[in-house]
Design a protein around this ligand. Sequence first.
Ligand code: GTP
Ligand code: MG
Length: 330
Amino acid sequence: MDIKELGAKILTGDRRALARAITLVESRRDDHRAAAGELLDELAGSGREALRIGLSGTPGVGKSTFIESFGMMLTGQGLRVAVLAVDPSSARSGGSILGDKTRMDRLSRDPNAFIRPSPSQTHLGGVARRSREAVALCEAAGFDVVLIETVGVGQSETVVAEMSDLFVLLLAPAGGDELQGVKRGIMEMADLILVNKADGDLKATATRTCSDYAGALRLLRKRPQDPEGFPKALIVSAVEESGLDKAWEEMRALTDWRRENGHWQGRRAAQARYWFRQEVQQALMSQLETPAMRALMEELGDKVADGDMAPVMAAREILGRLGETPAEPD
Ligand SMILES: Nc1nc2c(ncn2[C@@H]2O[C@H](COP(=O)(O)OP(=O)(O)OP(=O)(O)O)[C@@H](O)[C@H]2O)c(=O)[nH]1
Ligand SMILES: [Mg+2]
């Protein structure tokens, strides 16, 4: 495969080339990893910058429906939209983004949209790397908006927030006054909370839920990256396609402010640094996962357990061996 040629095609916005490149970054083969690295390096100077929007929400909250409606609104404005998913759980297949073709039927046929499901059966670290690299590829291919979806379970929100310019939390109208058990850490990551399903019988509940969350957001510590009034909570209906234009307006107001005040570039720079460190750590960890290293760990572990060796010396011996044997791909 000619990497330069593939890179050139991606820059023209060629969707087949983009799909091939994403397949390449998903591969764990050593030669593919090397080629992917070369390609990403080649494209790094493209100077193109999409708005990366992370979107999280529990199963059934309406993520797919929202992405379809919101995505169609954006393509209707002439924007090119890419949709990726970070889905660490291989067990979950029913809701995976191409699984629900029906809910993204229009968007998946839109020539200005590109939808790519999450690769299955990979651990979160692998999914994260692949998604981050796929975002970079979509950006180089000239997409204006990259939506990165994740189902809100566990750590995947953090992973998505670390690769997004904006983090949007989609919530359902809640009966009673409970705040749906949204963890404080997740609330603190949100730039915008959208209470979906604000239609029909659910509208009043959605409005109440929205003001509850607006109140909860005001109680959080003020973040330097926010102008007055942010983070915000709004109601939307993905089905009735209402509130979507308002949500988009707020997203743009927030990103414009962040650009003008240096927070946009600051966040991207911090993210790049974070992923660089992650990459180093993962590579080091994978060096411990070779059969030879595992056996040595086991052997030295026994010595340490029997009191024949000090942990610090055993660790030194392991660290001294790193880099001697090629690591297995993760
Ligand atoms: N009333 C109403 N129902 C909605 C709205 N958005 C989604 N739904 C319904 O909620 C259900 C779940 O919607 P999905 O879009 O599949 O939700 P999801 O978050 O993608 O779910 P998973 O992929 O399983 O995580 C479907 O029956 C939708 O029709 C909305 O704005 N209003
Ligand atoms: Mg879905």
